[in-house]
Design a protein around this ligand. Sequence first.
Ligand SMILES: [Zn+2]
Length: 268
Amino acid sequence: MLEALAAGLFGLLIGSFLNVCIFRLPRDLSVVAPRSFCPGCEKTVSWYDNIPLLSYFLLGRRCRYCREPIPWRYPAVELITGLLFFWCVYSKGWNVWGLKLCVLAAIMVDLIFTDLEERILPDEFTLGGAAAGVALAAFAPPSSNLSIFFLPAQWPAWIHGVFEALFGALVSAGLLWVVGAVYQHVRGREGLGLGDVKMLLTIGAFLGLPAALLAIFASSMFGAIAGMAYIWFSKEEFTYELPFGTFLGLAAVVGGLFGDQILGWWLG
Ligand SMILES: [Zn+2]
């Protein structure tokens, strides 16, 4: 429990860094320099105004200098990341499995919000995330166990783990790419971006093929429901570009972090 609380506090700090990434990566700005600044007046944010979660409320939700409102996304990302980190370590323990889920959670939180705000899925997180997923699979492989059909059973466990991650990444992303290409051919316009395909590389590498396919299915359902709700409420023709990456990210977080619990509850 203490370890999970420590992970939660660390998650607040990571969430604070993710906020920087969410604002800067889609704008091609460096995430290390300059230090945090207010987008309104460009004044540097002092460390005492940059405490995760607390500063937002202490400052009355506004910049200290120009009184520009601070978007709610800042405390939300910090709180969500903190809670997810707490849960990862609470459910998996203070070990490589807990660490792996924390990394997945951080990447997905970033992508959920960059896609929602800017319709951009930065390579740093999609391709970087896929590389991290493959590397972590050597120590904590996805649970799919498909490698036994392709590799000799006596080969070391870490090779099986890496294969499992690569297989999940490439097959699920390849499938989504084919679906996108067919859609574009039939409808004559782009339905999926390459960013979504790269994001699936990450999800497949972390969770393995079956869970990645489930994530595609679940996010398509979310997307269809959101699209229909939009048409229903706005009474307009549907022209709004849905943030498919946001739905994919939600599906990966729910499946990856809460999949065992949902399955256990489902099976009674
Ligand atoms: Zn300001």
